[in-house]
Design a binder for this molecule. Structure first.
Ligand SMILES: Cc1cc2nc3c(=O)[nH]c(=O)nc-3n(C[C@H](O)[C@H](O)[C@H](O)COP(=O)(O)O)c2cc1C
Length: 147
C-alpha cells in the first residue's frame, strides 16, 4: 500500500537532518531514539512530544515515530534542545543517515519528571497514543513507498 495517506497533503511541521549519537540512555529506558542534528536552514519546532512520520530519503522508507523536542529536563546535564525520534517497529543502527521528520500532531508539553519510572510510564502512554493516531490517519508502518 502506498504511504502515507494523510488527511491534508503537506500537513505537519517538517524538519530534516542527520542521525547522530545521543547520551545512549534511550535504549536503557526501553525507548531507543534516533537523535537528529538539524540540517542548515531548518527551524526548530516548538518543544513538546509529537506523533510523527519519519522518512529516510535514501531508502525511500517511511516509519511511524513518537518524537521528543526539548532539553530533556528530567536529565539536567542536557543544555541544548534535542530532537529525538523513537521510531516504531525499527530496531537498527541509523547513525549517519539523513532523516526527514513530519511532525503531525503535538501530544503534550515536555516535562521534568521526578523519577525515571514516571518518565517511562509517560513515554509508554505517548507511544500508544501516537500509534493510535497514526493508524487513524491511515498511516501503516513500516512500509516502503510503492510510487
Ligand atoms: C516519546 C518520548 C517522550 C519524551 N518525553 C520527555 C519528557 O517529557 N521529559 C524529558 O525530560 N525527556 C523526555 N524524553 C526524552 C528522554 O529523556 C530521552 O529520549 C532519553 O533521555 C534518551 O536520550 P538519549 O537518546 O540522548 O540517550 C522523551 C522521549 C520520548 C521518545
Amino acid at each position: 500500500m502506498p504511504f502515507p495517506t494523510l488527511p491534508e497533503p503537506g500537513a505537519g511541521f517538517i524538519v530534516s537532518g542527520t542521525v547522530v549519537h545521543g547520551e545512549k540512555r534511550g535504549r536503557a529506558l526501553g525507548f531507543p531514539t534516533a537523535n537528529i542534528a538539524l540540517a542548515r536552514g531548518n527551524l526548530f519546532p516548538p518543544e513538546g512530544v509529537y506523533s510523527s512520520i519519519v522518512r529516510f530519503p535514501h531508502r525511500d522508507t517511511f516509519y511511524g515515530a513518537t518524537v521528543s523536542v526539548g532539553t530533556n529536563p528530567t536529565f539536567p546535564d542536557i543544555a541544548s534542545i534535542r530532537i529525538e525520534a523513537h521510531i516504531h517497529d525499527l530496531d537498527e543502527l541509523l547513525y549517519g543517515l539523513t532523516a526527514e521528520l513530519r511532525l503531525l500532531h503535538r501530544l503534550r508539553d515536555m516535562r521534568r519528571f521526578s523519577s525515571v519510572e514516571e518518565l517511562i510510564a509517560q513515554m509508554e502512554s505517548d507511544v500508544r497514543q501516537s500509534r493510535r493516531l497514526l493508524a487513524d490517519l491511515g498511516c501503516l508502518t513500516p512500509t516502503r513507498n510503492a510510487g
